[in-house]
Design a protein around this ligand. Structure first.
Ligand code: NAD
Ligand code: AKB
Length: 341
């Protein structure tokens, strides 16, 4: 019997694809999906209802709360870092206004039903802003509290929405005469760059990793837009889904914070290229750094400390760099780009 209602915004994106596939295998879950773009046909049949609209369309979004009593919200809709830098104000309206409206509606349902909605918010390593490459090299694994001084609109949006979530979960209307009995259960994850075998990213600044791999698999040349020595944390998509659903399932009393770092492996762009070449010997990948995008990546940490997630809710990735390629990316990507005979 389906008795758990889940709303996924940004459902047609990279994480949305993986999450819909994952959640549709749990028979008790009813998936309500929303995206501004049409949902891919193979995902449509896995959802109870699909709403194609802008996350800022308050009438359409509040109608969801009138129709369903939601258990969990995965709020994935967002404009990513490179795209956001090109349309900063619009990105703010989507990333921040879209989020506060959803937090407000989720909190209203929580107050009305006295049952906390679990609100999952994927944040990003973009919340960090390291001042120079020397500091980046010396900082090692950056903790949640460190260097929260983003230089991008996307990073500012993510950091502020984390704070908004914390506010709704802990301090909403703190001057009201009667305190709200049950509060919204907000949980945030700071992801590194994600790599999927089934979707190609667009609009992000960590995209050089997955783009390099997908281009090689398609037999196309690729000009990597960062220097070979550039290092960022990454994660394979199945681990990103696992982190999200495991954080959602963690008992509230085990959580010591509202936002957690999670990561898997931190190759340099050169190590990434070598790994791709190992599997696709003919790949044509060179380095043509794009200075503005490079300077964004230079402010993001080379590695992040995810020990709080490991301690509090048992986070552990299944895929390190080698296993991600050998067992997940390469087999699925080869199949994806192989013409049927
Ligand atoms: P994506 O770009 O693939 O998907 C985002 C989705 O949001 C898209 O399908 C897009 O159509 C939708 N969207 C954009 N504007 C919208 C609007 N106004 N109304 C409704 N829908 C809208 O991104 P993703 O990789 O699936 O990321 C999902 C979430 O995870 C985002 O919040 C992103 O910031 C976060 N995240 C992603 C990564 C990564 O490397 N992919 C890393 C860190 C955090
Ligand atoms: C981006 O590059 O914008 C995303 C992210 C790391 O948040 N992939």
């Amino acid at each position: 019997m389906k008795n758990k209602v889940v709303l996924i915004t940004g459902a047609n994106g990279e994480i949305g694809h993986g999450l819909i596939h994952y959640l549709s295998q749990t028979p008790e879950t009813q998936i309500i999906a929303l995206d501004i773009k049409p949902l891919e046909p193979q995902l449509l049949s896995l959802c109870e209802q699909y709403i194609q609209c802008d996350i800022r369309d308050n009438d359409r979004v509040s109608a969801i709360f009138q129709k369903y009593e939601l258990d969990t919200i995965y709020h994935l809709a967002s404009i990513l870092s490179t795209s956001a830098e090109r349309i900063p104000e619009t990105a703010h309206y989507i990333n921040v206004d879209g989020t506060i409206e959803l937090l407000k509606l989720a909190n209203q349902q929580t107050a009305r039903t006295n049952r906390a909605i679990c609100f999952l918010y994927p944040s990003s390593i973009a919340v960090y802003g390291l001042p120079c490459t020397d500091t980046k090299r010396q900082s090692g694994k950056v903790r949640e509290e460190d260097w929260c001084c983003p230089t991008t609109m996307y990073g500012c949006n993510k950091l502020y929405c984390e704070q908004l979530g914390r506010y709704y979960a802990s301090h909403y209307q703190q001057l009201a005469e009667a305190a709200q009995e049950v509060r919204l259960d907000f949980r945030g994850l700071r992801y590194p760059g994600l790599i999927s075998a089934f979707t190609v990213p667009s609009g992000g600044t960590s995209d050089y990793g997955p783009e390099m791999l997908h281009a090689a698999a398609r037999g196309e040349p690729y000009h990597c837009f960062v220097r070979p020595d550039t290092r960022l944390p990454f994660m394979a998509m199945p681990d990103a889904i696992k982190a999200l659903v495991n954080l959602a399932a963690a008992p509230a009393e085990t959580l010591t914070r509202q936002v957690y770092n999670v990561t898997s492996f931190s190759p340099s762009a050169l190590e990434f290229q070598r790994k791709v070449l190992h599997h696709f010997h003919e790949a044509r990948i060179d380095f043509q750094p794009d200075i503005p995008r490079q300077s964004i990546v230079d402010t993001w940490p080379a590695d992040i400390d995810d020990s709080a997630a490991r301690t509090d809710w048992g986070w552990q990735p299944d895929y390190d760099f080698d296993r991600a390629f050998d067992e997940y990316l390469i087999p699925n990507i080869r199949e994806r780009y192989t013409e049927p005979v």
